[in-house]
Ligand binder design. Structure first.
Ligand code: NAP
Length: 260
């Protein structure tokens, strides 16, 4: 489905309404795997992206070729108005939003120590990882269906405390705090909110800027002796939004092969 399609479940009662998921940052990496996984499970999926429209379109096409429903929507999650428009387009296309996966995030390839981190890097990390999550959570609190589910994205680097990750890990600590407090603030709406905290996972975000030796060393850190795959993390998200996780709320699930 594209933004210009004319038959929408919202306006055409003959179309069965699937549960609807917004996955932020779904053009590549972990988000793309989550979008495909949720679509396989019967969700209509809004594939959000920041700039890589062709990649987002490819994810939508893969979902549609497999018989699913999807829509690519550009929105910079750090922009509150763009996030409102993202929810508007999801509801216009599919009539409702049941699941929000706050996967969009950035990490600088250079990973300087805190003392060497410039203002622009600090501002951008907090803008995307923290304000971006804040923007979508605020919208979700008002617009998710009763019985909805939210999955936020933290990182196992909070537990690992590796040098070079101070500012990035601090943004993810904020996301975990949002998760734990919002679970209580959502009382009465029957909306569950959890976070997943991946360890090193083979995507652009992890691989960019690292030598093959560094990648090899980091991939051996987990007792399972490999990097995570986007599919590993998508499986954890699929569990958290499923009925099987119906009693899991306000928690952070580390999915990292046992690295910490
Ligand atoms: P990735 O491969 O770099 O993909 C990032 C995705 O986020 C892309 O779809 C990108 O869109 C989107 N994005 C970036 N900035 C955005 C913005 N301002 N607004 C909307 N979308 C934006 O990253 P990844 O490794 O899959 O990471 C996904 C999540 O997992 C992140 O929150 C990351 O912090 C977390 N995580 C990753 C690892 C790891 O080892 N990979 C470990 C722990 C946690 P475009 O394609 O349009 O640029």
């Amino acid at each position: 489905m594209t933004a210009s399609s004319t038959r929408h479940p919202a306006s055409d009662p003959s179309i069965a309404v699937a549960q609807v998921a917004i996955v932020t940052g779904a053009s590549r990496g972990i988000g793309a795997a989550i979008a495909r996984r949720l679509a396989r499970g019967g969700y209509a999926v809004v594939v959000n992206y920041a700039g890589k429209a062709a990649e987002a379109r490819a994810v939508v096409q893969a979902i549609e070729s497999a018989g699913g429903q999807a829509l690519a929507v550009q929105a910079d999650v750090s922009d509150a108005a763009a996030v409102r428009a993202l929810f508007d387009q999801a509801i216009e296309a599919f009539g409702r939003v049941d699941v929000l996966v706050n996967n969009a995030g950035i990490m600088p390839p250079a990973l300087p120590h805190l003392a060497d981190t410039d203002d622009a890097t600090f501002e951008r990390l907090f803008a995307v990882n923290v304000r971006g999550t804040f923007n979508t959570l605020r919208e979700a609190a008002a617009r998710l269906q009763h019985g909805g589910r939210i999955v936020n994205f933290s990182s196992s680097v909070i537990g690992l405390a590796l040098p070079g990750y101070a500012v990035y890990a601090a943004t993810k600590s904020a996301v975990e705090t949002f998760t734990h407090i919002m679970a209580k603030e959502l009382r009465g709406k029957n909306i569950r909110i959890n976070a997943v905290a991946p360890g090193p996972t083979a995507t652009d975000l992890f691989l960019n800027g690292k030598t093959p030796e560094t990648v090899e060393r980091l991939s051996k850190m987990a007792p399972l002796e490999r990097l995570g795959t986007p599919g590993d993390i998508a499986a954890a998200v699929a569990f958290l939004v499923s009925e099987d996780a119906g009693w899991v709320n306000g928690q952070t699930l580390r999915a990292n092969g046992g690295v910490v």
